[in-house]
Design a protein around this ligand. Structure first.
Ligand code: GLU
Length: 427
């Protein structure tokens, strides 16, 4: 073990990076990967910490800690989102960068893994402050990103507008380079279908997982935690396909409706109020329960699409669904994951379930390099086919090797990254 290797034996409490490495190590063990290669995939290749000073509207300057962690580039340029979140500390960003390495490998896009974060409460910033923050952060990391080097994208509390500011700031330094960032607005070279891609991918893999049950969509109930980009699009598309979304929760509470929530109305409410809070006041038969209820709701499918570590040792026993689709990154702790497996609750892991975002980022990047615009139908077809193929790749290995879907996904991903590492004999 290298000197800085974290303790990755299964424990009730593990940091996000320890948790990801726990799965990586088990997969490497299973695949018989040599220790010298294992060391390379455990740690990030490079970690940049930057100070991000922002002039607040009050005139004062506030400084935030920012990171860009480049985990692995054996299979292609570094790739991964940027989040603005108070909990985006170095351990969290490392974990998310590592997850990107495995995600891009599972879904077979020619990228490595990276992640960026600024430790800031985005809700405390005005739009102009957010723009200044994005531009300052972009300048600070500009020397390590590039369209064949490291390609950022949106993540929590960042969106197409944030990526437009990033692209513009980068253009000031290097000239207009659309392929340096994905998740851009469509008029700036963004891809049709990118905004909804992660949520759509979640629904596609959920449908594959329940296909054999031959149930009518209306008889399938779904609980969704989080109503940001991933949660709201998963809710919209599931609702559109006739599934019954009976619970939607965020930090304020859980909306519960046995007949299925009117998702179109909820999307409108969220658009107007910036939150799901208060929806129950004008909606028929909708009850407001506490925030934790969404994870324990009596439903078939749970889609945690908010933050990491929400299903843990203390609440896993209360989970009642039979299928979890991880829209968020690392929403289930390894300890809870073990309990779920023992109870035969299927988990479609983050590195597969939410890979629709980076898959469509890849399509955007290809379009940028070719100076082309694909039709929306072409993008969605490729996204659906990629997710279905990814699901069955993982499912087949799981069945053949007697593994959970998460173990199988890591086995595939670790195998591909180690193979590329050995072929390049990097270093
Ligand atoms: N932030 C998203 C993720 O966690 C998308 C990353 C990307 O498109 O590069 O997968």
């Amino acid at each position: 073990m290298s000197e800085h290797a974290p303790d990755i034996t299964l424990r009730e409490q593990m940091t996000p990076f320890e948790s990801v490495n726990h799965y990586v190590e088990r997969a490497a063990e299973h695949a018989g990967i040599h220790e010298s290669v294992r060391q390379r995939i455990r740690m990030a290749a490079s970690e940049l910490r930057v100070e991000v000073p922002v002039r607040r509207d009050s005139g004062e300057v506030a400084t935030y800690a920012g990171y860009r962690v480049q985990h692995n580039s054996a299979r292609g340029p570094y790739k991964g989102g940027i989040r603005f979140h108070p909990e985006a500390d170095i351990d969290e960003v490392r974990a998310l960068a590592s997850l990107m390495t495995w995600k891009t490998a599972v879904i077979e896009v020619p990228f490595g893994g990276a992640k960026g974060g600024v430790q800031v409460d985005a809700s405390s910033l005005s739009d102009i402050e957010k723009e200044r923050l994005t531009r300052a952060y972009t300048r600070a990391i500009s020397s390590i990103i590039g369209d064949h080097r490291d390609i950022p994208a949106p993540d929590m509390n960042t969106d197409a507008q944030t990526m437009a500011w990033l692209a513009d700031e980068y253009a000031n330094l290097e000239g207009w380079t659309p392929g340096v960032v994905t998740g851009k607005p469509v008029p700036l070279g963004g891809s049709l279908g990118r905004e909804s891609a992660t949520g759509r991918g979640c629904v596609v893999v959920m449908e594959e997982a329940i296909r054999a049950d031959e149930v009518e969509p209306h008889d399938v109930t779904i609980a969704i935690q989080g109503f940001g980009n991933v949660g709201s699009w998963a809710a919209r598309l599931a609702h559109e396909r006739g599934y019954r979304v009976t619970a939607v929760g965020d930090q304020h509470g859980t909306l519960w409706c046995e007949d299925g929530l009117d998702i179109d109305a909820l999307v409108r409410h969220h658009g107007e109020h910036g939150s799901i809070d208060g929806f129950e006041e004008d909606a028929d038969r909708v009850e407001l329960r506490d925030a934790g209820f969404v994870l324990e709701a009596p439903v078939h499918v749970l889609v945690p699409a908010a933050i990491g570590g929400v299903v843990h040792a203390d609440n896993v026993a209360d989970v009642k669904c039979s299928l979890i689709v991880e829209g968020a990154n690392h929403p289930v702790t390894p300890w809870a994951d073990r309990q779920l497996a023992e109870r035969d609750i299927t988990v479609i892991p983050d590195i597969l379930a939410n890979a629709g975002g980076v898959l469509t980022s890849y399509f955007e990047w290809v379009q940028n390099l070719q100076q082309m615009h694909w039709h929306e139908g072409d993008v969605l077809d490729r996204l659906d086919r990629g997710m279905v193929a990814g699901y069955w790749r993982v499912r087949d290995v799981a069945e053949r090797e007697g593994l959970t879907l998460r173990e199988a996904a890591y086995l595939i991903a670790v195998g591909k990254v180690c193979e590329a590492t050995s072929l390049r004999s990097v270093g």
